[in-house]
Design a protein around this ligand. Structure first.
Ligand code: ADP
Ligand code: MG
Length: 580
């Protein structure tokens, strides 16, 4: 099967998007490749298609694509997506029981599987790495590859292990396994760094220019942002996104727009996935015109006719600004990217540095208090996972929310825990009594049936908490779900099972036994803090400068220094006006 045939057969698309075919050919030729492609450009297919066709004509022992990707939510999405197309894919991430991991790995080793998704912190386990070597890996895909670079805006130290996996494979005498690294944006430093860290055999970058012919970048220096927001949204017609920095504000601004007879809704990571899907769908269909959202909105969103992206607050990095603004005008028609800015933003930006990098002693306190809260004793805890409600933690332990959140992220980067932002966790259940003993309990027929079904479905249920299949995949009606929830709660109240209902929470996995005192390496704290401040400075300069074309400034940041003035941004227009 050719790549194009695979595109049609598995995904139902007729044509590749720009750059996809080149990337796929490059990987199939066995070359290490770094692919830079805008968000929504279709990066997933760039590793999915080669993996599918390489399975067709490579020997059996090279059928598997190892995919490293940072977010569990994204991983689950992709795996479900592949499975829906009858493609075998497995995923391994923290929080899965030992048994579940073993089953997934066995499937990849012995079954006709094409994809194994892993979260990077899994690669930290020596046992896991050794196990990986037994798998028929034919290529490695590194999604969101900027995470490997300390120069990038979203450094995840466990990503550094990917390079080691590759060396291990080599030592094992395997023919070179090509790496495909993918990211939406990277500065020249990051581009170099990614290739070095992943051990590229030769430099090889495939990219499209970041120039967007139809986008107009504008900065409005304005005291009254609300008024300006209404003004812009009434003047420019069509679908719009308004980015804000926090969840509360997303909701407030959506309400404010509604009061001004503008159709708007809000979106952030604290909503259930059902709510998010519903809101996103309504916006995609054009039922809701304006989405007011935090940066949680955007991954995988592919609406062609967004006419307007407004940033109500200044982002922390030009990279994220470019990505978010770039969601406008995918259809090639004129679209506007507007940043609202005033003096207070500069003040607030300064605070952002301390919010993101609280004093080290404070981070230490958060560590101690979180461990106490989770009842992890000194020298213990390794490998345990918890659902963590930050609000609860902060209330009980008297901690400020924002800085606690940042501290947990720092602790995660430093390797003490693996912290994952709020996401929806499926319900988990374990049976606490032996099968024989179950007989002696006085149970209703419904309860017995449910227990039978659980035992059939989840093999490890007597030893480990098992994730239950989400209602999305079981075709249960809401009433049936509720009835099941009641049954499970009843059994849990009697101690027969442990039942953790579906919830939205952060998750914490202890990746190192609890220590007496933590130590934050400069790469994790001091250097990163400094970079954060520098990124912020570049962002503010973008907003404040009145000399250079906006797009030129953005492109130069990504290393394209030969771009011409766009002729459309506020500064170019101002200059043209002066000339005429
Ligand atoms: P990225 O990872 O680059 O942000 P995705 O891989 O999530 O983007 O793809 C975005 C969307 O584009 C998906 O819905 C995907 O199915 C779709 N897509 C990708 N390639 C093609 C193609 N060649 N033709 C049509 N749609 C495509
Ligand atoms: Mg992607």
């Amino acid at each position: 099967m050719s790549p194009r045939e695979a595109l049609k057969t598995y995904f139902g698309y007729d044509d590749f998007r720009p750059l996809q075919a080149e990337i796929i050919d490059s990987v199939l030729a066995g070359r290490d490749t770094l692919a830079l492609m805008a968000t929504g450009g279709g990066k997933s297919l760039c590793f999915q298609i080669p993996a599918l066709v390489m399975g067709e004509y490579l020997p059996e022992e090279r059928r598997l694509c190892l995919v490293v990707t940072p977010l569990i939510a994204l991983m689950k999405d992709q795996v479900e997506n592949l499975r829906a197309r009858d493609i075998r894919a497995a995923a391994i991430y923290s929080g899965m029981s030992y048994d579940q991991q073993r089953v997934a790995l066995d499937n990849c080793q012995f079954g006709p599987y094409h994809f194994l998704y892993v979260s990077p912190e899994r690669l930290e386990s020596e046992a896991f790495r050794q196990r990986l070597l037994q798998l028929p890996i034919g290529m490695i895909a590194v999604d969101e590859a900027h995470c490997i670079s300390a120069w990038g805006y979203d450094f995840r130290p466990p990503y550094l292990r990917i390079g080691e996996i590759r060396e291990l494979l080599l030592e094992k005498g395997q023919r070179e396994v090509p790496i495909l690294a993918l990211t939406a944006s990277a500065t020249p430093e990051v581009v170099r760094d990614i290739q070095v860290r992943l051990g590229f055999r030769e430099e090889h970058v495939l990219r499209k220019s970041y120039h967007r012919d139809n986008l107009q970048y504008i900065v409005r220096r304005i005291e009254d942002k609300d008024k300006q927001l209404i003004h812009i949204l009434t003047r420019v017609a069509g679908s719009a996104i308004v980015y804000v920095r926090n969840r509360k504000r997303a909701q407030e601004i959506a309400t404010f727009l509604n009061e001004n007879r503008l159709s708007a809704d809000y979106y952030h990571a604290g909503l259930s996935s059902a709510e998010r899907n519903q809101k996103q769908e309504a916006w995609k269909q054009g039922v809701t015109r304006i989405m007011v959202a935090t940066n949680a909105f955007g991954m995988g969103i592919d609406k062609p006719d967004v006419r307007l992206v407004i940033h109500y607050d200044i982002p922390s990095h030009l990279e994220s600004y470019y990505q978010e603004a770039g969601r406008a005008g995918r259809d090639g028609l004129t679209a506007f990217c507007v940043l609202l800015y005033n003096e207070q933003d500069k003040q607030k930006a300064r605070r952002r540095v301390t919010d993101s990098y609280p004093p080290k002693e404070f981070v230490g306190q958060v560590y101690d208090k979180t461990m106490d809260f989770l009842q992890v004793g000194l020298g213990s805890g390794l490998g345990h996972s918890f659902a963590l409600h930050i609000d609860q933690l902060c209330q009980v332990m008297h901690l400020p929310v924002i800085q606690t959140y940042s501290s947990l992220q720092l602790l995660s980067n430093a390797g003490f825990i693996h912290f994952e932002e709020e996401h929806e966790t499926a319900a988990r259940v374990r049976i606490n009594v032996a099968p024989q003993t179950l007989q002696s309990y006085d149970l209703s027929a419904e309860q017995r049936n449910l227990l039978q079904a659980l035992m059939r479905k989840y093999t490890g249920i007597f030893t480990d908490l098992q994730y239950m299949a989400d209602a999305k995949y079981t075709n249960q009606t809401p009433e049936e779900q509720e009835a099941q929830h009641q049954l499970l709660s009843g059994l849990a109240a009697r101690g027969i099972i442990t039942y953790l209902p579906r919830t939205i929470a952060c998750s914490v996995t202890i990746t190192r036994e609890r220590v007496d005192e933590i130590w934050l390496r400069p790469e994790v704290y001091d250097q990163r803090q400094q970079q954060f401040a520098e990124h912020l400075k570049a962002m503010i300069e973008y907003a404040e400068q009145t000399q250079f074309c906006r797009e030129q400034v953005l492109l130069a940041y990504f290393g394209e220094t030969d771009a011409k003035p766009c002729g459309k941004c506020d500064i170019c227009r101002e200059k043209l006006k002066i000339k005429n």
